[in-house]
Design a protein around this ligand. Sequence first.
Ligand SMILES: [Ca+2]
Ligand SMILES: [Ca+2]
Ligand SMILES: [Ca+2]
Ligand SMILES: [Ca+2]
Length: 267
Amino acid sequence: MKKINKSSVFAIACTALMGTFGNSQATAATLNLKDPILQSGTLNGALFQEIDPNDPAGTGVLQSFVRLQSPGNNTVEEGYNTDGRPLEFDENNSPQFTRSLKLSDVPIFTIGGVDYRRFLLDINEPNATPQDQDKPLIDLESLQIFLGNAGDLLNYPTFDGNAVKIFDLDSNEDNVVNLRDTNAGSGRADLLVYIPNSLFSVSTNEYVYLYSKFSGAEGGFEEWAVKVKEKPDTPPKSVPEPATLAGLGLVAGAMAFARRRKSSQTA
Ligand SMILES: [Ca+2]
Ligand SMILES: [Ca+2]
Ligand SMILES: [Ca+2]
Ligand SMILES: [Ca+2]
């Protein structure tokens, strides 16, 4: 189980309190993460945290389990992950990008003593233009998570009775999260979403279904992932540990130096 560093916990805890009190009067709560000032907050029990462009978290190749793209000039997109075909909404048809996801593959992080399952979102929106400063903005209108008894279920939202909804951003009111494509382009996550792990214990179904809906969606695809594949620059396992290599190099260097000194003295 991974731990989050204390400063992030503090930041999340503070914004959690702010969010709780700030939203208590609203009938439709909005978590505004589009402005640089607020980088994290809670909405209906979920924690949302933007990834700072300088933070190495989220770098590498995202292994998406659902990829969405608004069709044509439409700026609304929705969909969910499954191995089933044909797909119902705006999902990418490739089994590499839209596929089943097992709960055991969703990592658990402990924040402030509470366990959460973590999902990554990569937003892919156009850059701002002088005419339209809002192009990089996008709104997460819906986020629902289900546990299903097979990986190829279809027919959202009932899934023919084979899935149980365990989280709904809108379960109490019509909530929305305002977002910005902070890490421009695709291939780098923009947002971490933490869902309380306790919610996942209501069912023994092992397949996770994540349905999301965005508005203000333009340009490239949005994708959800749980894992980032590191760039393939790590050495193969047969190579000795770096410390061993360094030690050998030092010994060899010292021997060569001693030999040179000896030969220069005898000359
Ligand atoms: Ca991005
Ligand atoms: Ca946009
Ligand atoms: Ca909503
Ligand atoms: Ca987009």
